[in-house]
Design a protein around this ligand. Sequence first.
Ligand SMILES: [Zn+2]
Length: 268
Amino acid sequence: MKSIFKILSLGLISVSSPSFAQQTSTSEKLWQGKQAAVVLTYDDALNVHLDNVIPALEASGLKGTFYLSAFFDGSKNRLEDWKKAGEFGHELGNHTLYHPCDASLPGRTWVSPDNDLHKYTTAQILKEIRMTNVFLESLDGQKERTFAYTCGDTATGEGSFMEEIKDDFVASRGVRGALNSIGNINLLNVDSYGINGETGEELIQLVKEAQEKNALITFLFHGVGGEHDLNVSLEAHQILLDYLEENKDTIWTTTMLEAAKHVKEHQD
Ligand SMILES: [Zn+2]
């Protein structure tokens, strides 16, 4: 009787204690012990990113991820400024050399024939993407970074290239707006909310939802105070930054690279 009791209690201990330990360490480690992770991404190498966004981020003690298309004017004309952004700890992300998009999709009449991703071979886009990594490394000296699909497009005329670039990047960002818990994040196509005209309060509301769900939220900005059809006002952007700064004890605002490394570690 005594020995049966002993076996039963040992059994209980061996079943309950590892799962309890696992739960404790998981909740402590998740998002650096905070409720949610926020990643601020800015696409297309706009001058306003250098002139408006980076000074605002620096004043709030926050880091962002800037997806550069290397041949865009705001990239090639401002190399020294992007070098400084890299030195400040912002991520310079890969958004291809020329920003090709699939002209065969609806609403893509603006895509010029020479920039039609649907007419690219997969070998062509891979060369373009890898050359952009060389360009970015010459600016920031980094070997690790993330990618953002141009127009969210993940395929050439030959099919998907998502798997082909998975060893070139820690993660690749897409354009579907959704919140995901850490186990459900697809690092080959990370969801993001495309921002266009939202108020500061609306942006904060998205972060609050992420906090409630212990999720990652990624913002996708283009214009901030102008320079792009997809735009958010400087005021709304600042209201979001103020909220993130005021709540830094419960919100982990970081680069896509750092967030993705954290997700990868957790998923592995
Ligand atoms: Zn873009």
